[in-house]
Design a binder for this molecule. Structure first.
Ligand code: NOJ
Length: 721
């Protein structure tokens, strides 16, 4: 009977209070603690037990047992037996943690991203989660912003691919399949445009740029069928997203016809008061509701005001019914009316958590996300080394899972020491912290011990980085160098033993000029549960690095924001290395180029781009072009390469980016093997938003090239008629 439940009929039987309850979301602890134990806003709102029983959803709860307890009690008390929805931030894993999204995007491997998200959905659904607040597809260019770790980086196309892939993986084809959960795309819109990279900061972006770079990824997720969307905290062109009519009503509802559930971010409706947009919570609730926000997360606008707003005739009850319908429809699609627990159990949750199959995926993901920034030939280390020194604050640290790790625990993460021990059982391994990774700890007391260890060793691994809490929500940095005394430590160690490689753990691009004389630098990001094993695999050649940067690494923080797809300027700085003449007047001292640019990433093998052939020299709306690129593995290692395809529109009515990634494919090549990758270029790919915000393509000449942002391996030209 439940499958055929008539939602409209059900809604007609509900009281106004019961309907409003469906539109409120509270933290899990509110349902498990007794009224006297609850602190924080809920206590101050004075929510009665009777009201708690009406609430339609919750976020953040520890495990399946808690979900079962909350759901059971709820169903006992709800006369309509409408199950609650359980939501969580399952961002890069549930209990088994894979690399942070910025790292995983560097794999340039949608199939791997799919596999990781499937694994997360499987674990999370067993733990009682019905909806994840993922994917985060905010387009980001400023490495100072701590939440770049949750993004796919500085390319809008990549954000579309990675976001849509996650939606498909989490939701599957049939949401009632209990191993899948609903996804919620966030943070709509342009949260990543925070001025100066300060979290929650104001965003001013022209409509043209919004449509061109910021909005496509949210839209791609909607096209992929995402069931929920979360407006962002920031004000966008003067109006906070949830109050922004243009964003919510015009674009989301009218143009995109989004008919899923809109959920506020945590207390975002309450923050309309702090923004100075609403004088009180009644007004805040009215504004948010009228802009299409269905569920209010963790503020008391709807709870205190929605019923009276309806009774006073300010809000039409029919609109409340529509919002409730959207929420109940999601519950129905998830199969909650048939099985309010969706087959979740603590036993199932524990059996899946960190199971060998999931650890293997996490290890592979950590290997494929790593980016070899530099290698003067020291890596991979020989497997014959006898004495290995692991030096630095991350040598024996399990604090490498990264922010937003859901139920992941540091204790579950394999350290570099553990990984290297397992990979090199016969080697003598010494370890020293050398110094602290905290920005305000300046002691060099540990240097002497670390230097003498380095001198004794055959190979040295410098394990450096940022503490996990230096990136993620609310964690912006004005100085994005390695914090504390790590640069000084690195200098001393490199001088003591040049057979040295740095392995980095961090949640954003760093300004690495201070350690760039290190013979090799391997960027591991926050790699998750299997980080140490993956680092050892890569250091000793059991795996070959294949990640490519999805955000440029500046030389100095003052270059931020720095991104490869910069608009052409009228006075480009011409330098021999700056093949794209891409930036305006030069920074004195450090120039305009990043230290490591988008798309960069080395391998242990050598790839040769032998040929690029176009099927013709013209494209039209009717006729596309194929581009074939032949790549050969001319080195000794079997390895993967991401073939990247870029376009530059030479002349248009609006200033175009100096280059844009339009396609990519990751291939595997055995030594000596060659493969041809074929891409199709269509007129649609050449469209852009003109000065009137019309999505157009214009006739003219285009450069097409393969390589990466600063390096063209092969290039050609074609015309659009
Ligand atoms: C605030 C964050 O901005 C958002 O990303 C997250 O999903 C919610 N809190 C819920 O935890």
């Amino acid at each position: 009977m439940a499958k055929n439940i008539n939602l409209k009929k059900l809604i007609s039987q509900m009281t106004l209070e019961e309907k409003v309850g469906q539109l409120i979301q509270l933290n899990g602890e509110n349902f498990t603690k007794s009224a006297s134990e609850i602190t924080g806003p809920v206590q101050s709102w004075g929510i009665s037990e009777e009201w708690l029983n009406k609430m339609g959803s919750t976020l953040n709860f520890p495990d399946a047992n808690t979900m079962v307890k909350i759901q059971k009690k709820h169903l006992e008390n709800d006369p309509h037996k409408i199950p609650m929805l359980f939501m969580m931030d399952v961002i890069h894993g549930y209990r088994t943690i894979f690399p942070i999204p910025l790292g995983l995007a560097a794999s340039f491997d949608p199939a791997l991203v799919y596999e990781c998200s499937r694994m997360a959905a499987r674990e999370a659904s067993a733990g009682g989660v019905n909806v994840t607040f993922t994917p985060m597809v905010d387009y980001a260019r400023d490495a100072r912003w701590g939440r770049v770790m949750e993004t796919a980086g500085e390319d809008p196309y990549l954000a579309c691919v990675m976001g849509a892939t996650q939606v498909r993986a989490f939701q599957g084809d049939d949401l009632s399949d209990k191993e899948h959960i609903a996804a919620c795309v966030k943070h709509y819109a342009a949260y990543g445009g925070a001025e100066a990279g300060r979290d929650y900061n104001t965003v001013e972006v022209s409509e043209r740029l919004l449509r061109e770079d910021y909005l496509p990824a949210y839209k791609a997720c909607i096209d992929a069928g995402v069931r929920m969307i979360m407006p962002s905290f920031n004000s966008l062109n003067g109006v906070p997203s949830i109050a922004n009519k243009w964003l919510m009503r015009k674009v989301l509802k009218k143009e995109w016809k989004f008919d899923g559930v809109v959920i506020s971010d945590y207390n975002a409706i309450g923050e309309l008061k702090t923004h100075g947009i609403a004088p009180n919570m009644r007004e805040a609730a009215k504004i948010a509701f009228e802009n299409g926000c269905d569920i209010e997360m963790m503020s008391n606008g709807y709870y205190e005001n929605l019923c009276s707003l309806v009774r006073e005739g300010v809000i039409d009850e029919k609109d409340v019914d529509k919002a409730v319908y959207r929420v109940l429809k999601l519950k129905k699609e998830l199969g909650l009316f048939d099985d309010p627990y969706r087959g979740a159990s603590y036993e199932k949750e524990m059996a899946l958590a960190l199971c060998p199959e999931h650890r293997a995926i996490a290890r592979r993901a950590a290997c494929e996300s790593a980016v070899l920034l530099k290698n003067d030939g020291v890596l991979p280390f020989s497997k014959d080394v006898k004495k290995i020194a692991l030096i630095g604050p991350f040598a024996d640290s399990n604090e490498i899972k990264g922010f937003w790790s859901c139920h992941g625990k540091d204790a579950d993460c394999v350290t570099v020491l553990e990984g290297v021990r397992a990979a090199m059982p016969d080697a003598e391994i010494s370890v020293a912290n050398g110094c602290s990774p905290l920005w305000n700890e300046k002691s060099t007391e540990g240097f002497a011990e670390a230097v003498s260890m380095a001198k004794e060793a055959d190979a040295v691994v410098l394990c450096l980085g940022e503490p996990q809490t230096y990136s993620g929500e609310g964690n912006s940095r004005a100085d994005i160098r390695l914090p504390g005394m790590q640069e000084e430590l690195a200098k001393a160690i490199i001088a003591a033993n040049p057979n040295c490689a740095a392995v980095l753990f961090n949640g954003r691009p760093l300004a690495l000029t201070g350690i760039n004389n290190c013979p090799a630098i391997l960027e591991m990001w926050f790699p998750g549960s299997e980080g140490g094993n993956a680092a050892a695999d890569l250091l000793f050649g059991n795996a070959v690095p294949c990640g490519k940067l999805t955000m440029s690494f500046p030389k100095e923080v003052g270059q931020c924001p720095i991104y490869y797809n910069h608009p052409s300027t009228g006075r480009p700085k011409w330098t021999a290395e700056d093949v794209h003449q891409r930036y305006a007047s030069n920074y004195i001292g450090c120039g305009n180029l990043p230290l490591y640019c988008f798309g960069h990433g080395l391998s242990y093998t050598k790839f040769e781009y032998e040929a690029m052939e176009l099927s013709g020299t013209r494209i039209s709306a009717e006729e596309s072009l194929t581009v074939s690129i032949k790549v050969k593995n001319a080195g000794k290692y079997a390895a993967k390469e991401t073939v990247q395809l870029y376009i530059r529109d030479i002349f248009a009515s609006t200033v175009r980016p100096v280059q844009q990634l339009v396609a990519f494919e990751k291939i595997f090549l055995a030594p000596g093997e060659a493969k041809t990758v074929t891409f199709t270029v269509t007129e649609e790919m050449l469209r852009f938003y003109d000065a009137d915000c019309k999505h157009v393509s214009e006739a003219g000449e285009f450069v097409i090239f393969t390589g990466y942002a600063d390096h063209r391996y092969k290039e050609a030209r074609f015309r659009l008629d």
